[in-house]
Structures are given as structure tokens and as C-alpha cells.
Design a protein around this ligand. Structure first.
Ligand SMILES: NC(=O)c1ccc[n+]([C@@H]2O[C@H](COP(=O)([O-])OP(=O)(O)OC[C@H]3O[C@@H](n4cnc5c(N)ncnc54)[C@H](O)[C@@H]3O)[C@@H](O)[C@H]2O)c1
Length: 138
């Protein structure tokens, strides 16, 4: 099936596990992929494999706990592909409340919750608004 032809997907945590499986499936179904992970070496290896299959894919190192870096990554994706249709927030930062405020607990896959990809999330919503709310967030 080629259900994502013409779509651009941004995938965090793309170097392994759920993120890798997600970008692989989307890419094989026709999506253009912008892949990001803190592990640049492993990400490059996986991206090379998908590229050899013919997937249109670009990648960059990204620490999703760095808001400015997240914003820059989304800008880079949109510059590269002209738009952003699907945000796969596989690596996200979970915050929890405590007596003295909120604390990041670590990176995990709880899509769309809390501060996951916080900076780019805001940017991403702007792209959706410009595009008529045609996208999806995971
Ligand atoms: N596998 C499951 O069934 C399952 C279920 C619920 C939750 N989770 C959580 O989802 C997350 C992803 O699961 P997985 O099995 O794919 O794990 P994984 O360890 O295989 O993949 C996580 C990816 O995120 C990247 N990463 C780590 N910190 C990062 C950061 N700050 N910025 C950008 N990328 C970062 C890692 O380099 C890695 O490639 C894990 O944290 C896990 O605890 C997994």
C-alpha cells in the first residue's frame, strides 16, 4: 500500500524501536521522512538503509529536551520538504507535577502529552493552521 504518497512526516526517536518502525513504515508507504534522534550515528545508519530503498529521507541530530533545537528542526523539515503533514512524537519529554513544580522525567513515547517536543509542537501547529488543519499528530 502507498497510503502516504505526498505526505511529509517528522519522526523523533527515529534511530531505534518505535520511532524506527514508524519511519520505516511511513517511508515504505510513500511518505517523505524527516528523521531526528539524539543518537546521530545510529540514525545515520538507519536513514542510509531506507534511502537505499528509495525513500526520500533527511535527518538531523536532535535532543527533544532542547526547545530551540526542536524549533530549528521543524524549520529545517519545512525548508527541506515545503510542509509538514504528520508529526510522530515518539521521543518526547514527560513532565510530572511535584510539590516544587514540574520536572522532566525523561524521554518516552507518550505522544502529544505534556512537553513532548515542546518547541516544535508550537511551530507545527502553525503549519497545520496555514495548511487548513490537514495534518496529524501522534
Ligand atoms: N516499546 C514499548 O512497548 C513502549 C511502551 C510504552 C512506552 N515506551 C517508551 O517509549 C520510548 C520509545 O520506546 P522504544 O521501545 O522505541 O525505545 P528505544 O530506546 O528503542 O528508542 C528511543 C529512541 O529515542 C532516542 N532518544 C533518547 N533520548 C532522546 C532525546 N533526548 N532526543 C531525541 N531522541 C532521543 C534514542 O536514541 C532512541 O533511538 C521509550 O522511552 C519507552 O520507555 C515504550
Amino acid at each position: 500500500m502507498q497510503r502516504f504518497v505526498g505526505k511529509v512526516a517528522f519522526v523523533t526517536g527515529a534511530a531505534s524501536g518505535i520511532g524506527l518502525a514508524t519511519m520505516t513504515r511511513l517511508g515504505r508507504e510513500g511518505a517523505k521522512i524527516f528523521a531526528a534522534d539524539i543518537n546521530a550515528g545510529q540514525l545515520a545508519e538507519e536513514v542510509a538503509k531506507l534511502s537505499e530503498e528509495g525513500v526520500d529521507i533527511h535527518s538531523r541530530a536532535l535532543d527533544v529536551t532542547d526547545e530551540a533545537d526542536c524549533r530549528a528542526a521543524v524549520e529545517q523539515c519545512v525548508t527541506q520538504f515545503g510542509k509538514l503533514d504528520v508529526l510522530c512524537n515518539i521521543a518526547g519529554m514527560v513532565l510530572t507535577s511535584s510539590h516544587d513544580g514540574e520536572h522532566p522525567l525523561g524521554v518516552c513515547a507518550l505522544p502529544g502529552r505534556y512537553a513532548a517536543l515542546a518547541g516544535s509542537g508550537r511551530e507545527y501547529c502553525q503549519y497545520f493552521i496555514r495548511g487548513g488543519f490537514a495534518g496529524a499528530a501522534l
